[in-house]
Design a protein around this ligand. Structure first.
Ligand code: NDP
Length: 236
């Protein structure tokens, strides 16, 4: 059965970490949630766990580095829902291993850009037709990082930092292009979060990491667009 009236959300890379927590919080608020996962076994495990908790969650195969996978995911989505209200580009990779820009492995940089920058661009392009059918005004949130802030750029993880700075630029580009279409586009630094990527020493639980993203998806004024957020405040 197709979802007509309920608000819908798609979160990429939502089989674990911050993405899974965003899925949980949006489902808790009544959204029909679609979890994107590049590994269906992991994706199904996450969606089944959330369904058992009483939420409406569906898993869709979506590898953000594979244009065919994104297109196919878009077709699968259209069989299950007739509109998309919230798209969270959460999937991301951090492959840097301590080398600085002087020794940067540019093949690794290319892989990082493909996942963290080209992927979100393709996902937005392909899902735009569904976002344009949102009745409440659609919202796109790109999960960036403090490492992407130009005003606080360190030499840490150059490939990852460059990719997140680029993602912030992508956010501004789409916000400008979609102004007038009632589609808000923002990016978020979730802080240092305890996940496989953030590690066990990180200061924040996933609940806190998801907070500003969920706020932008649900409560922030629709007029807020093209901005970079941390803890519900705009940052440079
Ligand atoms: P995790 O490593 O826990 O989760 C990353 C998710 O992205 C996984 O579901 C992973 O899938 C998925 N993913 C990776 N590559 C692809 C791909 N090609 N296609 C689809 N999914 C993919 O990381 P976090 O939850 O910590 O990170 C979520 C987002 O938050 C990322 O964009 C990250 O850069 C950002 N962030 C995280 C911070 C932190 O401290 N944790 C700080 C700042 C930003 P799989 O399980 O198959 O690997």
């Amino acid at each position: 059965m197709k979802t007509h009236h309920q608000r819908t959300a798609l979160i990429t890379g939502a089989n674990k970490g911050i993405g899974k927590e965003i899925a949980r919080q949006l489902a808790q608020r009544g959204f029909a949630v679609f979890i994107g996962a590049r590994d269906m076994a992991k994706g199904r495990e996450a969606s089944e766990e959330l369904c058992q908790a009483g939420y409406e969650v569906t898993c869709i195969h979506l590898d953000v580095t594979d244009p065919v996978s994104i297109r196919t995911a878009c077709g699968t989505f259209s069989q299950k829902a007739d509109h998309l209200d919230v798209l969270v580009n959460n999937a991301g990779v951090l492959e840097d291993h301590g080398e600085d820009i002087l020794n940067l492995n540019t093949e690794m940089l290319d892989r990082t850009l493909k996942a963290n920058v080209t992927g979100p661009i393709l996902v937005i392009q392909d899902f735009l037709e569904h976002l344009q059918k949102s009745k409440s005004g659609a919202r796109i949130i790109n999960v960036s990082s403090g490492a992407g802030a130009l005003n606080d750029m360190t030499t840490y993880a150059p490939a990852y930092s460059i990719s997140k700075t680029a993602l912030n630029a992508v956010t501004r580009q789409f916000a400008g292009a979609l102004r007038g279409e009632n589609i808000a586009v923002n990016c978020v630094d979730p802080g240092w979060v305890r996940t496989d990527m953030g590690g066990s020493n990180a200061s924040r639980p996933v609940e806190k990491g998801a907070e500003t993203i969920v706020w932008l998806a649900t409560e922030a004024p629709q007029s807020e667009t093209g901005k970079f957020w941390h803890d519900k405040k705009e940052v440079d």
